[in-house]
Design a protein around this ligand. Structure first.
Ligand SMILES: [Fe+2]
Ligand SMILES: [Fe+2]
Length: 424
């Protein structure tokens, strides 16, 4: 029997307390329930609390608001069987212990990884219900955080990203497997260094950096019974390059390419290596480790946006956010009216005739859920000329050249910007 309560949140703007009361028993909510002020009163996955409903009725509250997510019938445990996912995490733990001990991966272990991930991809339904899949990532994280749960998470994120871009099954499987195996090289790095709380010594840091090359080596040496290499190049490249960044070298460094700009080095990376790099960053930011408090989805997404044209290209960040931003943040835009933001655009320089990037500071005036990356903004500062400009309202839905690339979080800077905005 289905013990979940799923409501078509595209139809219900609010749920009456009396309706919720009717759904009594052992039921779990499949959506967050908010009060009129937007505070969560009951989270998805929790049981309905009769006491709470009674208390709210007595307080005169007649309606709750279901948190709308991108998908309909949000929290559908049928999409991916949680047991299946946990079993994969357990199998991964066993497999990793083995690889760590032997220093290499066998063909059978590679096939097992492939089959596990392929089974999940095959079980995805064609309807867009990925909100449910994403909510499972949190469950996986709740039971432990180690290299193997991180691997499962990054595999799932890469899978959903590619799946939501309407790719075919094979591409989705490749993304899932590449994400899952991206950190396999860590199994050749001393565990005490990987899990060390606090700062690493220079020597230890160097050893951690080596996990990219080690990952490539492990995957490159997987052969079948005839001695033929079985892991595709793209999976090996993801392991090797998932830390390469746009403005900072990332690793591994490439000394032979001193004449190449970092931007070229970044742009020539396989698409999947760049996107899995962002999935990796997202999972690291939102994961709890013994020595780090996790960021919530909203904070992590705002942080990732601020890495545009710095650690990752603006195109890649926007791609990640447009595809996953709403689902990861439970259907809510992570930008809001009143946010001070940086806008990037391109123009042709009068002097050099080359394309240059221009940055403006603006405040979000209006934002819609569907078009949250293209809000209506008031631009008031030109960072190239370093001066205040006349306040102009621009609707970014109709200006594809201008893109939001940063949110200013610090109160000090926000106050300073507010003063600028009010200046004539
Ligand atoms: Fe890594
Ligand atoms: Fe990683």
């Amino acid at each position: 029997m289905d013990n979940n309560i799923t409501i078509d949140t595209s139809r219900f703007q609010e749920i009456s307390v009396s309706y919720l009361k009717k759904l009594s028993g052992d039921k779990l909510l499949t959506f967050d329930v908010l009060d009129q002020q937007g505070n969560t009163v009951c989270s998805a996955g929790q049981a309905l609390d009769d006491e709470l409903l009674k208390k709210k009725s007595e307080e005169g509250i007649k309606f709750f608001i279901p948190r709308v997510t991108e998908s309909i019938g949000v929290y559908d445990r049928e999409i991916i069987d949680m047991k299946k996912l946990k079993a994969i995490a357990d199998d991964t733990a066993t497999m990793y212990t083995d690889i760590r001990k032997n220093g290499k991966m066998t063909h059978a272990q590679f096939l097992q990884s492939h089959n596990h991930l392929a089974a999940i991809v095959d079980s995805l339904r064609t309807e867009d219900k990925t909100g449910g899949v994403l909510s499972l990532l949190k469950d996986i994280k709740d039971f432990d955080y180690t290299t193997y749960t991180h691997s499962v998470n990054v595999g799932m994120l890469a899978m959903i990203l590619v799946y939501k871009e309407m790719s075919t099954g094979d591409k989705v499987k490749l993304a899932a497997l590449a994400g899952y195996l991206h950190d396999i090289g860590k199994l050749r790095v001393d565990q005490s260094i990987i899990q060390k709380p606090g700062l690493l010594s220079q020597d230890e840091f160097k050893k951690v950096l080596e996990h990219t090359r080690e990952g490539y080596r492990i995957l490159d040496s997987v052969v079948d019974s005839t001695g033929k290499k079985v892991v595709s190049n793209i999976i090996k490249f993801v392991a090797l390059f998932h830390h390469r960044k746009l403005q900072s070298p990332g690793y591994p460094f490439r000394d032979s390419d001193k004449d190449q700009t970092r931007e070229n080095q970044y742009n020539e990376l396989p698409d999947l290596a760049r996107m899995i790099g962002i999935c990796d960053m997202y999972d690291a930011l939102t994961s709890e480790t013994p020595f780090r408090i996790p960021m919530g989805a909203e904070k992590a997404l705002r942080y990732i946006l601020s890495l545009s044209n710095y650690l990752y290209s603006t195109d890649d960040i926007h791609r990640f956010i447009k595809v996953l931003g709403l689902s990861l943040n439970k259907g809510m835009p992570f930008l809001k009216a009143g946010d001070f933001i940086m806008i990037e655009s391109e123009k042709i320089s009068m002097d050099t005739r080359k394309k240059v990037r221009v940055y403006e500071v603006a405040r979000i005036e209006e934002i819609s859920r569907i078009n949250f990356m293209n809000p209506k903004v008031m631009i008031f500062y030109d960072t190239i000329k370093n001066k205040k400009v006349h306040n102009i309202i621009v609707d970014l839905r109709y200006d594809s050249n201008r893109r939001v690339v940063r949110v200013f979080e610090s109160t000090r800077i926000r106050n300073m910007l507010l003063r600028q905005l009010k200046q004539d």
